[in-house]
Ligand binder design. Structure first.
Ligand code: ADP
Length: 557
C-alpha cells in the first residue's frame, strides 16, 4: 500500500491508540457518545410532543372555525330560496362577505369558494372567488381534496403548501378545510346546485415557533453533551492522575530506583492505594537488599574459597607431577592411580580457574583488552586447536568463511575462549557427526554460528544451557570433563563486548549456537548477519567443502 493511501487512516489510528492506552479518553469518548445518543432521543421525543401540541391546538381551533363558517353559509343559503343556483356571483358574494376575515385579522385565514362544475374540472372552471389571504388557490388546494369535497358531503381537511399570489414569495405550510354547500332549487328551477367552500389556515407561525423550539433543543442538547464530557473528563482525571503517577513510580522502581515512593494525601481509596503501593515497594526493597547481600556474600565466599584452594592445589600439583613422572617405577595399580590423580587435578584446576573467572564477572572486575581482531583467524585457530578432539570423536569440522576480513573490536583471548567452548561442546555433544562453523558480517556486526548434528536441545534448554552448572546430562558431562561453567563464561564474555550469544536446538537433530559481536565493542547493531535457526532443519548435511581434519590438543581456556 502506498504512503498516500495510508495517510488518511493516521487520525483514526491515533484515535484507536488513544482509546487503547487511556482510560480517561475511553470514559470521555464513551460519555460523549452515550449522552449524544440520549440527547438526540430525548430531543426527538420532546420535539414530537411539542409539534403535536402546537399543531393540535391550531387544528382544533381551525376546524371549529371552519365548521361554524360552513354552517353559517349553509343557513344563509337555506334562508334565501330565491337565489338562482346557477348565478355564481349571486350565490358566493354574500357568503364571502359573511365569512371573510375582518380586516384587522386579515392574515389569519383565507376563503375560497367554487361554483358548480364537473367534479374532475379544475377549480377555475367552476368559477372561483376568494377572500382574505392573497394566494394562488388553484395551486394551493390539493386536487384530491377538491374532488373529495365535490363528491362527498361533510367537511374534509388536508395539509398543503400555500402558494402566495406573488410567485416571488416563499410557500407556507397550511391547513385546508373544505366542505360542500348546497344551493336549494329556486322558484323557477327544479334542481339545486352544489358549491365548494374552503378555509385556508396558514401554519407559518407554528412552523416558526417549532423551528425556534428545535434550535433551542439542539443548542441545549449540544451544551449538555459538552458539559457531560467535561464533567467526565474532570472526574476521571481525579482517578487517572494518581494511577498514572503510580505507574511512573512503578516504572522507576522497576528500573532499579528502589527508594521511589508515592506521595500519599488524604484517606480516600487512592490514598490507601498509595499506602499499599509504598508498603509493597518497601517490602520489595528490603527483600532485594537482603538477596543482594546474600548473593554478595555467596560470591565473596566462592571467590575466597577458590583463592584459598589455589595454594594447596599448587603444592598438590607439584607432588602429583612428581608421582606422575615416576609412574614407570610403580606397580601397575599405583601407576594408574598417579595417572588418575593427574587427570582429576587437571579437572580441578579447570574448575577453579572457571570459578575465579566467574567471580571476576560477578565482582565487575572483568575488563576487555580490546584490539582489532579478524574473526576468521580466530575461528581457524580454534578449529586447529579442536581438531584432535574432533578426530577422536570422529567429527568432521567444516568452516564457511567469507573471503574478506571480518574484523571486530574485541578481546582476542575472550573471543578465542567463547568460540573454543562452542566448538568443543559441538564436538562433545555432536555424536560424532559433522560440525559446521560459519562466519558472516554486516556493516554493524559479525556473527559466528556453530552447528552440530548431535543430541540437540529439548524445548526450554536453549536458555538453560547458559545457567551456571546446568547440564542436560550431568553424568555424561562429567565423564567428558566439563565443569558446567563454560557457556556461562561465554555469555558473560559476549555481553562484555555488547554482543549476544544464543542457542537453538532440537532433540536428535542438533544444536546451533550463535555469537553476534558489534564491529565496535558496545556499539549498536540491528539484524544479526546469520539466522539462529537453520533454514532446513531436517537437512543436517554440512554445507560447503570440509575445511580440514586436524589432530592436536583438546579444550583449553
Ligand atoms: P559443560 O562443561 O558441561 O559442557 P557448558 O556450560 O559448556 O558446560 O554446557 C552446559 C550444558 O549445555 C552441557 O552440559 C550440555 O548439556 C549442554 N550443551 C552445551 N552445548 C551443547 C550442544 N552443542 N549440544 C547439546 N547440548 C549442549
Amino acid at each position: 500500500m502506498s504512503a498516500h493511501a495510508v495517510a488518511p487512516l493516521a487520525p483514526l489510528r491515533s484515535l484507536l491508540h488513544l482509546w487503547r492506552r487511556s482510560i480517561q479518553a475511553r470514559v470521555v469518548i464513551g460519555t460523549l457518545t452515550l449522552s449524544t445518543v440520549l440527547a438526540l432521543l430525548a430531543g426527538w421525543v420532546m420535539l414530537r410532543q411539542i409539534t403535536d401540541g402546537v399543531l393540535d391546538s391550531k387544528r382544533e381551533a381551525a376546524l371549529s372555525q371552519a365548521a361554524a363558517g360552513f354552517a353559517a353559509a349553509q343557513s344563509r343559503l337555506d334562508s334565501a330560496p330565491d337565489i338562482d343556483p346557477l348565478d355564481v356571483g349571486a350565490v358566493l358574494n354574500p357568503l364571502l362577505d359573511l365569512l371573510a376575515p375582518r380586516s384587522e385579522a386579515v392574515d389569519d385565514y383565507g376563503i375560497v369558494a367554487l361554483g358548480p362544475a364537473s367534479l374532475t374540472g379544475s377549480a377555475a372552471e367552476g368559477g372561483l372567488l376568494e377572500a382574505g389571504l392573497q394566494f394562488d388557490a388553484e395551486a394551493s388546494i390539493p386536487q384530491d381534496l377538491l374532488e373529495k369535497v365535490r363528491s362527498t358531503e361533510g367537511s374534509w381537511r388536508a395539509y398543503t403548501s400555500l402558494h402566495p399570489a406573488n410567485p416571488d414569495l416563499p410557500t407556507q405550510p397550511a391547513l385546508v378545510v373544505g366542505s360542500q354547500i348546497r344551493v336549494p332549487p329556486s322558484v323557477d328551477q327544479t334542481t339545486g346546485r352544489t358549491y365548494a367552500l374552503f378555509y385556508m389556515f396558514p401554519l407559518q407561525e407554528q412552523r416558526d415557533t417549532l423551528s425556534v423550539v428545535r434550535s433551542a433543543l439542539i443548542t441545549t442538547g449540544a451544551v449538555l453533551v459538552l458539559l457531560l464530557g467535561t464533567i467526565a473528563w474532570l472526574v476521571t482525571r481525579q482517578v487517572v492522575t494518581p494511577v498514572r503517577l503510580a505507574r511512573s513510580i512503578a516504572e522507576r522502581l522497576a528500573s532499579g530506583r528502589l527508594e521511589e515512593r508515592m506521595h500519599v494525601r488524604g484517606e480516600d481509596d487512592i490514598a490507601r492505594l498509595g499506602l499499599s503501593f509504598n508498603q509493597m515497594a518497601s517490602s520489595l526493597q528490603s527483600q532485594i537488599r537482603q538477596l543482594e547481600e546474600l548473593s554478595r556474600l555467596q560470591r565473596r565466599f566462592v571467590a575466597d574459597v577458590s583463592h584459598e584452594l589455589r595454594t594447596p592445589l599448587t603444592t598438590v600439583r607439584m607432588a602429583a607431577d612428581v608421582l606422575h613422572d615416576a609412574r614407570q617405577n610403580f606397580d601397575a595399580a599405583t601407576a594408574r592411580s598417579a595417572e588418575l590423580l593427574q587427570a582429576e587435578l587437571d579437572r580441578f584446576e579447570l574448575l577453579l580457574s572457571d570459578l575465579l573467572e566467574i567471580s571476576r564477572f560477578d565482582a565487575g572486575a572483568a575488563h576487555l583488552d580490546l584490539g582489532d581482531v579478524d574473526v576468521r583467524e580466530v575461528v581457524s585457530r580454534v578449529i586447529e586447536a579442536s581438531s584432535a578432539l574432533a578426530a577422536d570423536r570422529g567429527s568432521e569440522l567444516t568452516a564457511i568463511l567469507p573471503a574478506t576480513p571480518c574484523s571486530v573490536e574485541a578481546d582476542a583471548r575472550r573471543l578465542d575462549r567463547i568460540l573454543r567452548n562452542l566448538v568443543v561442546n559441538a564436538i562433545n555433544y555432536g555424536e560424532g557427526r559433522g560440525v559446521e562453523i560459519q562466519v558472516a558480517s554486516t556493516v554493524e556486526a559479525v556473527a559466528v554460528t556453530v552447528r552440530d548434528n548431535g543430541v540437540g536441545l529439548k524445548p526450554g534448554e536453549a536458555t538453560m544451557v547458559f545457567n551456571r552448572f546446568w547440564r542436560a546430562d550431568p553424568a555424561r558431562a562429567r565423564s567428558r570433563g566439563g565443569t558446567g561453567l563454560g557457556l556461562s563464561i561465554a555469555i558473560e564474555d559476549t555481553s562484555l563486548h555488547g554482543g549476544k550469544l544464543e542457542a537453538w536446538g532440537r532433540p536428535g537433530v542438533g544444536s546451533v549456537f550463535r555469537v553476534v559481536l558489534p564491529r565496535r565493542a558496545g556499539g549498536e547493531w540491528g539484524q544479526p548477519p546469520l539466522p539462529l535457526k537453520p533454514l532446513g532443519v531436517d537437512n543436517v548435511a554440512a554445507v560447503g567443502a570440509p575445511y580440514a581434519r586436524f589432530s592436536g590438543s583438546s579444550r583449553a581456556r
